[in-house]
Design a protein around this ligand. Structure first.
Ligand code: PLP
Length: 244
């Protein structure tokens, strides 16, 4: 794995600035306000020191998909003399129930809630910590059988049951497009996610708010922004020239 050097710091900084301007451009094209779309810097490809270089470049929201890695990086960050205080972590990957306890105190948002047993465990642990954890529901709107995520058809009953769990707060939906999908397919899938969100707002009325749509990655953030994404999860584009 590449190690952090002054040279990688300058590459990461350039990448961060380019990703920011690409996202701004996509907002402008879509007629949206740039402040309405946040970039989650997906740091799963690199170690803690390189992740820190991304933070130093200006990225303050980090996404990790493996709990152990998140714990390790969090600890490493915490041990630095100049540890940045404004960094928040999002859990974006499949989440096993036995990892919940150690992860909750470290994350600001769980983006990958995809089953009720997990929701119950998260709720119980959040209650012990006396916190309310914001969560997104990971929905599967694709035909890929390999994808995780709650089938869209199960969303209404899932929300109904999750709403009775007081220590989790549902803030919106997270989704991915089909693997290797063409631009128009990705866009249709993201439109489906937005439609699903609107359907849930109609169905559940004032009892729920779903302001967040986390969708779009390095290859399809433009399509996602065009369809209403409020968070894009960008990995590869931030690590160009550093990995692979
Ligand atoms: C890796 C990952 C991303 C980032 O994907 P890139 O194509 O590298 O930008 C986004 N979301 C999830 C859930 C991921 O696992």
């Amino acid at each position: 794995m590449t190690t952090a050097t002054p040279e990688t710091a300058s590459i990461v900084k350039d990448n961060w600035q380019r990703v920011q301007s690409d996202v701004e451009q996509a907002c402008t094209t879509a007629g949206r306000n740039i402040n309405d779309v946040r970039i989650v810097g997906v740091s799963k490809y690199v170690d803690a020191a390189l992740t820190m270089q991304l933070v130093e470049a200006g990225c303050t929201v980090l996404g990790e998909n493996r709990p152990q890695v998140l714990w390790e990086k969090w600890k490493w960050f915490d041990e630095q003399d100049n540890a940045p205080s404004n960094v928040t972590w999002h859990m974006i990957g499949h989440f096993q129930r036995n990892k919940v306890r150690r992860t909750l105190p470290r994350i600001a948002l769980l983006e990958s809630l995809d089953n009720l047993r997990l929701a119950e465990v998260v709720n119980a642990e959040a209650q012990k910590l006396e916190i309310t954890l914001p969560v997104l529901i990971d929905v599967n709107v694709t035909q890929d059988s390999s994808k995780t995520g709650l089938p869209a058809s199960e969303l209404p009953s899932f929300i109904e049951q999750a709403q009775s769990l007081p220590a989790i707060k549902i803030r919106g939906l997270m989704a991915m497009s089909s693997l290797h999908s063409e631009s128009h397919v990705a866009r249709e899938e993201f439109a489906k996610v937005r439609q699903l969100r609107d359907d849930m707002l109609t169905r559940f009325g004032d009892s729920i708010e779903l302001p967040e749509l986390s969708m779009g990655m390095s290859g399809d953030f433009r399509e996602a922004i065009a369809e209403g994404a409020t968070m894009v999860r960008i990995g590869s584009n931030l690590w160009r020239g550093i990995i692979g």
